[in-house]
Design a protein around this ligand. Sequence first.
Ligand SMILES: [Zn+2]
Length: 216
Amino acid sequence: MADRGGSIGVAYTYNEPMMWFEFVLECARKVRERGLKNVMVTNGSVNPEPLEELIGYIDAMNIDVKSMDPDFYRRICSSKLEPVLATVRRAKRDCHVEITNLIIPTLNDSDEMLRELIDFVAEIGRDTPLHFSAYYPCYKMTIEPTPPETLRRAYDMAKEKLDYVYLGNIRTQDAGNTCCPACGEEVVERDGYITRAGGLDGDRCAKCGTALPFVV
Ligand SMILES: [Zn+2]
């Protein structure tokens, strides 16, 4: 269907794709045979062996790093932090990686926790895009939604060390756009699901000519 529809490829997302690892692997192989792209949106909780089997077919991954605190993973996610960080490091070697962090007031929104996450992303490469998402109460979580000021604080802190920082789950004027890290010119403008790459010349900034990590 993706091929017939002229799509760039398939994204495995919304539910955790690692839960049906065998299906994703089989599907990703066929998608790749057609010359299309595979994208995974995942929480990164996967053992090294299956990741190794799959990674060669995946073009891009968006990995949730929910907190840099192992205790947060234990208490809130009934899970572990370290395997997630291992997935990020391994994926970064072979495919395009972006990180998403859902900011939940009182649980992971302190300067200290944000700083730790930003430092980790900077360590794997300052060109790694980092998305901060707004949280909204749902199901058993009754904490108030993330205030826009919290997202802006995280954004400003991250921009000091990273080239590509974005805010998600919230409408903003500029925090979905991409600026050239060299000259500051806006190269990609995003509004909801509408994207205009008006400031790019191929994979270069149209204004200053700097090569940017875009796949065109
Ligand atoms: Zn530029």
